[in-house]
Write a protein that binds this ligand. Structure first.
Ligand code: FES
Length: 168
């Protein structure tokens, strides 16, 4: 999928907001992923161009860090908070329950394109730990036992609301 001009400009603005500093590369990649949802090769090239570095070095970082993804999200993008408060309340087990139920790991998408799995940084909603965000909607105090129900509800919703042509 080609990025439009507005998205390419947004990538450039993020790099400039960090003064194109090499020491800020992880923050730059995190911000780009927050805005685009993933870091496609075209965005990687734009980051490299703006920073004056080899595009391969950007690609290597995206591939090395498991919380980055160069693939678009699934129809339901599941983000498990792995911040300190959420970890203290069992976020690691919760994350594993999503991995097991979906058969995918961080940054991956199910073969049917329905789900993708990721982690997110603390969104300062720690009182609700552990927190899961699905397509921007927050779920609090989620337990591993609730994972199957959550996924089933997403599947039911997907059946009732088939994807638009542009989403296929
Ligand atoms: S640590 Fe998870 S919301 Fe703060």
């Amino acid at each position: 999928m080609q990025l439009d001009d507005a998205k390419i400009r947004a990538v450039g603005e993020i790099v400039r907001a960090h003064n194109a500093q090499k020491s800020q590369i992880i923050r730059i990649l995190e911000d780009v992923q927050d805005v685009l949802g993933y870091i496609p090769p075209q965005a990687q090239q734009e980051i490299a161009r703006q920073m004056g570095v080899d595009p391969d070095s950007i690609r290597d970082k995206v591939e090395f860090y498991s919380h980055f993804s160069s693939q678009p999200h699934g129809r339901y993008h599941i983000e498990v908070c792995l911040g300190t408060a959420c970890k203290e309340k069992g976020a690691d087990k919760l994350y594993k329950a999503f991995e097991d139920a979906l058969g995918i790991h961080m940054g991956q998408r199910t073969p049917d394109g329905l789900f993708s799995l990721s982690m997110h940084r603390c969104k300062v909603k720690c009182h609700g730990a552990p927190v899961v965000v699905i397509n921007g909607k927050r779920f609090e105090q989620v337990t591993p036992a609730q994972v199957e129900t959550i996924l089933r509800q997403c599947k039911q919703q997907a059946q009732q609301d088939p994807p638009a042509e542009s989403e296929k």
